[in-house]
Design a protein around this ligand. Structure first.
Ligand code: AMP
Length: 286
């Protein structure tokens, strides 16, 4: 397995891995602190392509001034070992000035999809995500890029940017990987104290409640929201949003919309997000 530190080295290695291989290259962009969710993305990459490249970059532009950029978990050695254990061919771990050269003045903004959910709560976040992903796609070249549905709004933003900028990238979504008790895996879960982690289970339980109401025939977005809200209200989660939206547009649903339930909130200093696309995702264990 090769670990590239510069964009030029990574681009050349991607070209090499693609050459003469009809099944091409899979790309798994991450911020490191790799867990089983990330590893499952790598395994999907392996099924989708001939070779797998993982990027590890804690992207400064997607963190707000009061967010956890400085304390975000970093463990390059452990991450490289995890990639090697998954049989990954190539890792790209650039320094910040490799991704943002001096004088960098270009940003990518995706409109519409970023108007709700995390968009207004994290000003600049999706611009940072879209910018870094556009750069990663530019250095990688043609590939299948694997993104988790755990960050569903991010997945939609990335799909749209690949389409709108005519990039030679097919974006593939991967289902959310959860612990046995239902909590979605996240690099930020390690911030949770044991009592906070217990309280966090209200999130998958609320999603499971909405999924079960949907399975019983409920289609009214307000009533679906209400059953999920009843669970969250009884917990210590400081709710930022609980929205039932059109799952494609991330906008208020109309008759016949595919429905997604989207949650964000804080336990202590830790921000958690989760979602379930009703009738599509396997509901979290209740
Ligand atoms: P991150 O390192 O948190 O930026 O995540 C890198 C990629 O892994 C993103 O596409 C995430 O959506 C995905 N990911 C993170 N956690 C999970 C999870 N529990 N299940 C599936 N994908 C995940």
């Amino acid at each position: 397995m090769r670990v590239a530190r510069t964009a030029a080295e990574f681009r050349a290695a991607c070209d090499e891995l693609r050459s003469g291989q009809a099944r091409g290259l899979a790309l798994v962009p991450t911020m490191g602190a790799l867990h089983e969710g990330h590893r499952s993305l790598m395994r999907l990459g392996r099924r989708e392509a001939h070779a797998v490249a993982v990027t590890i970059f804690v992207n400064p532009t997607q963190f707000g001034p009061n967010e956890d950029f400085a304390r975000y978990p970093r463990d390059l050695e452990g991450d490289v070992a995890a990639c090697a254990a998954e049989g990954v061919e190539l890792v790209f771990a650039p320094a910040p000035d490799e991704m943002y050269p001096r004088g960098d003045a270009t940003r990518v903004r995706v409109e519409g999809l970023t108007e709700r959910l995390c968009g207004p709560l994290r000003p600049g976040h999706f611009e940072g995500v879209a910018t870094v992903v556009a750069k990663l796609f530019a250095v990688t070249g043609p590939c299948k890029a694997i993104f988790g549905r755990k960050d569903y709004q991010q997945l939609k933003v990335v799909e749209r940017l690949a389409r709108d900028l005519l990039l030679p990238v097919t974006v593939v979504g991967h289902p959310t990987i959860r612990d046995a008790d239902g909590l979605a895996l996240s690099s930020r879960n390690r911030y949770l104290s044991p009592p906070e982690r217990e309280q966090a289970l209200a999130i998958p339980r609320a999603l499971a409640r909405a999924a079960s109401a949907f399975a019983s025939g409920e289609r009214d977005p307000e009533r679906l929201r209400a059953v999920a809200h009843a669970v969250l209200e009884a917990s210590e989660l400081r709710l930022q949003y609980l929205d039932v939206l059109d799952a494609d547009e991330l906008a208020p649903p109309s008759a016949g919309s595919a429905l997604g339930v989207f949650v964000a909130g804080y336990l202590g200093k830790t921000r958690l997000i989760d979602n379930s696309i009703l009738g599509v995702d396997a509901p979290p264990p209740a």
